[in-house]
Design a protein around this ligand. Sequence first.
Ligand code: SF4
Length: 284
Amino acid sequence: MADAVLTGAIDVARDAAIELAEDAAAVGEHLGSVEEGERVVSHTFACLLPGYRGWVWTVTLSRAPRGKDVSVDETELLPAADALLAPAWIPWAERVRPGDLEPSMVLPLIENDPRLVPTYEVSKDEDAMQIWELGLGRERVLGAEGRDDVASRWYRGSHGPTAAQAVASAEPCQTCAFYVPLSGAMRLVFGACTNEWSPSDGKVVSVDHGCGAHSQTTVEHGPTQWPAADPVFASDVVVGFDLGTPDAVVEPDAVVESDAVVQEDAPVESEAQLAEQPQEQVLA
Ligand code: SF4
C-alpha cells in the first residue's frame, strides 16, 4: 500500500521541481506518483519547456520510519515513454557517407579497411596482370572483398545492364568502339566509355551496358514527314499560240562548237532569209 504521507506531499514535490527548473511556468500539471520502495515515492510533473515534449520533472521523496517530515531525495528531468529524443550519437568517422567528400576535405585512411589487403598478401596464384596492376609500389591493394563490393555496386548502378538506357539500347558496350576495357581483374566485366555523345562518357560501364550512341548504330531513314504539295493548275488562264509563223530553227551546220574558230567572213543567214525558206526545209 502506497505511503499516504509521501503520496500526499505533492506541493513539496512541486516546489522542488520549480527550484530545479528555476521557472514556475516550466512545471505543469501533476502526472502521478510511483512508490519506489518502502517510504520512498516519486512524483512526476509535466515539463512545459519548449522542445521537451514528453519529458517530465521527477521528484523523489522519502521519510524516516514513524516520521512525518518529508525529505527531497532527487529532482531531475527525465524522458517519458513518448518523449522527443535526439538521435543516438554516432562517431563522426561513422557518419561520413560516400558522396560527402568535398574538394577541400581529406578522408583519413581507414585502419583495417576490409576492402584492402597488404600487397604482399596477393597470392602467386593470382592473375599476373592483376598483381602488376594492383601491387606496383603500393602498400595496400584492393582485396577480393573490395573487388566484389565495388563490382557489384557498379554492376547494379546506373552504368550497368539494368540502367534504363542500357535496357533501351540495341547493342551492348562490348561491341562498341568507344568501350575501353579496364586492366587487371576487372577487365572482363568493366571498361570506360569514351564517347562524348554518350551519357556514360568518362564513366565505368559494364560490358552489357549500352546506350543510343553505340558506335555501330544504324538508323533507317523513313519518308519525309513534310506534307506533299498539291500541283497547281491555272485552268482559267488563256495562252495564245501563233501556229502560222514557225520559230526560227538553226541549221545543225550553223551550230558552232564553243571551242571552234568562228570564220568572220562566213555568210550568215538572217532571220528574214530563214523565214523565206520553204517550210519543209526549216523543219527538216
Ligand atoms: S557509347 Fe554507349 S554503347 Fe558505347 S561504350 Fe559508351 S555507353 Fe557503351
